[in-house]
Design a protein around this ligand. Sequence first.
Ligand SMILES: Cc1cc2nc3c(=O)[nH]c(=O)nc-3n(C[C@H](O)[C@H](O)[C@H](O)COP(=O)(O)OP(=O)(O)OC[C@H]3O[C@@H](n4cnc5c(N)ncnc54)[C@H](O)[C@@H]3O)c2cc1C
Length: 395
Amino acid sequence: MLIESERRIPEAGEYDVVVVGGGIAGVAAALAGARNGAKVCLLEKMFGLGGLATLGNVIIYLPLCDGMGRQVIGGIGEELLKLSVRETPDAIPCCWREGGGKEERKSLRYQVAFNPASYMLALEEAVVGAGVDVWYDTRFCEVVKSGEKIEWVLVENKSGRLAIKCKAVVDASGDADVCARAGEEMISLRTNVRSGWFYYSKGGKVELNCLSKGFDPLGGKMPEDDFAYAGDRGKDVSEQVLETRKLIREELKILQKKYPDFRIEPILPPTIPCLRMTRRLKGRIELNETDDHRWFDDCVGMTGDWRKNGPIYYLPLRVLTAVKTTNLITAGRCISANTAWDVTRVIPTCAVTGEAAGVAAAMAAVKTEGDISKVEIADLQMQLKRQNVLLERQD
Ligand SMILES: Cc1cc2nc3c(=O)[nH]c(=O)nc-3n(C[C@H](O)[C@H](O)[C@H](O)COP(=O)(O)OP(=O)(O)OC[C@H]3O[C@@H](n4cnc5c(N)ncnc54)[C@H](O)[C@@H]3O)c2cc1C
């Protein structure tokens, strides 16, 4: 163990809301925060927004509906779906466009496939246009707390170590990095496999290969070999990336053998580790699969189940809020979801929790000195409804 010597860290800014992570959850949180009057900065260690959705080539915006014809996600969740196919709006199924057939909606889900490069550019335009300060190449490192409140967020970028003063923080890092540093109770799963969706050219035609070794989304079956990663330890992350790249090289050889008449070349491997469920907050409550159709009075959004038709999950604020830190809230794939983790981690649901977290953090920053528990739930729900978030209880 090395003891780091004490040093002075320059203050690099002061914000109402600091959002850590520029994936879909972080983008939604930043947009929602800025639209609700907060001064927001978005910290992203890579050089593009969208996280797994864009840099990981995960190009399917899973459904906004319950599979029975009912739309369960509106607000920024729907706005970001439309933005993902801004240049190709025909990608939206006819029945889900304005005036579309209600009967058809029961058999066709409201989802799209998008171009990750277009989407990354569009997300950046939207976030910057909303007045959010985007800090690329900036890694969240540490928090400085005073009692139960985060006063400073410490980051590192080309300028070295910097301190950002904040009123509220949204942890949209995907791996609950802020929660871990803030001393929250965490859950970490070693359930990630070698996985990397990559684009390749087959005789000049661009194709996507959804490479995942050993992942069975319905059964949650783990690989029988040693390739299983938690994704919240430095070495583990590098190993996952290195082994996945090896697999991609092997896959390209297999494709070349399969299509000898075509020239097979890689176009774009993922540029971010493709890890599904790594580390998450253990909140006051945890969302479970058995919570299907269970109403919560602090509901801040809804989601369907991408894997099957029928289920609806109401998302309570308590699965987002930290336990030991009053001004910290999570969004995206690191919220407090237990057996429902496979449902809450997907793109549309990350947008829903991002929007809720962003509004709650902005309201807290403006009205309650950052204390999210003091935000009136009725005010928060009313504001979310004004933003077209779907929150209606259905028995
Ligand atoms: C192989 C695979 C296939 C999938 N398929 C689908 C699919 O078809 N459809 C679907 O809807 N979902 C799919 N998913 C799930 C979905 O893509 C993700 O769970 C979702 O996009 C997560 O969004 P997020 O914003 O919570 O996190 P992420 O996308 O992980 O974003 C987190 C962001 O935070 C940044 N970050 C992390 N730590 C720090 C730090 N310390 N400092 C600064 N920045 C930081 C990261 O660089 C990243 O940009 C898939 C996932 C995988 C891995």
